[in-house]
Design a binder for this molecule. Sequence first.
Ligand code: ADP
Ligand code: MG
Ligand code: ZN
Length: 478
Amino acid sequence: MSREYETVIGLEVHVELATKTKIFCGCSTQFGGDVNTHTCPVCTGMPGSLPVLNKQVVEYAIAVGLATNCEITRHGKFDRKNYFYPDNPQNYQISQLYLPICRNGYVEIETEKGGAKKVGIHEIHMEEDAGKLIHDEWGDVSLVDYNRSGVPLIEIVSEPDMRSAEEVIAYLEKLRMFIQYLGASDCKLQEGSMRADVNLSVRPVGSDKFGTRTEMKNLNSFTAITHAIENERERQIDIIEAGGSVIQETRRFDDNKGESYAMRSKEDAQDYRYFPDPDLIPLDVSQEWIDRIKSEQPEFRPQKMARYKEEYGIPEYDIGIITDNKHMADIFEEATRICGQPKKVSNWLMVETLRLLKEKNMDPEDIRYSPAHLAALIDLVEKKVINSSVAKEVFERMFEDDTDPVKYVEEKGLKQETDSGAIKAICEQVIADNPQSVADYKAGKEKAIGFLVGQTMKAAKGKADPGTVNALLKELLS
Ligand code: ADP
Ligand code: MG
Ligand code: ZN
């Protein structure tokens, strides 16, 4: 039965912007300070305090709008959305209803069938975040922390253009890529710097009228979003099949229980008594400003991937991983520019860097070593100043605190023994000390040479080139 219904989905995505200060005051946006320390009269809603717009918020919003093919509103304003809730100290939220900063855009996604599809962006508006309620488990009280109050958000409202969970995830990944590449936010769903509300309705296949939708809030992972979509689609179909009708409401999906429940009936815009905020002057955006932001847009991932293939000839697998994070891509490009060895740079990123990131539970964003130092390390190996196992040791140190590999190798005396006379002497000593292995080798057991190489490397404290040692031993034993 349910195959005869089409799912219709539109998303409202909130993104916390990476500005240092809040949207209407100079308080820090930093996460995790002591409660109510990043606050002032403006973001705690004191009477008589006046908001002043943070220019960087507008700049980020425009940059995201340009990346998503939006029209930028040249003459905009802010509106008050009135509602009472203790996390909202002014009893209104400053947002944009009538003249949002961006409108009529789209994002292109790849569909399951392999084609491209445009998901329309209805608008992007700027607004302030609310504080956080802390419900005391012991006392009969709730406390409120206003550190997050006034942290800048953009809300990206899509058209109801998506038809499946896969399309929703593809859309969110695309948005996240643009926003991360722009440095406008880290877009972490788990930490709430990107939050998606899913509006969903179903309709008989072939119908050109939308069904009644519900909205699901607080979905903090792609898995939760996928489960919520599948669950809500089935719930709505069951209601319709039983002859009932879907109620327009906000629901909360509990991913642990795999079910959703109604939170509240959906408010209309008029319930909020929106009106233009009289404390803020209209927002005029000059064409020069838009042009400047446009000229500073980075090369985004799809273009970057194509160029890497063309320019560096590294495997597509490597390209996928490196360009997944702009910081990593920046390191790759700069290190390659310096040392001219794209595959070597890629290997250090793909193997040792990923391994250490995972081990230390870090994000690619947190990589601290400089591209110049990575290039220098590659150079040391290339010129046989150090061998690859020493290089790994140096790299670990560099990964910790961006140590200069050249200095480090010098100071720790890690250079390979290049004095062939000295290596030869060690080889001779090892041959003399291991008559059994020598006999085995001479009797045709090729493997015995490996043991002798190992002994020599050990005697040389790892500072010899294994290839040279191997050749030298063979020569001595022939
Ligand atoms: P509201 O003003 O009540 O917030 P909007 O018209 O702004 O409603 O739409 C909110 C979101 O819901 C948008 O992302 C839109 O694409 C989506 N949406 C609207 N109608 C439907 C529908 N019938 N089915 C699924 N999604 C919908
Ligand atoms: Mg809305
Ligand atoms: Zn403040």
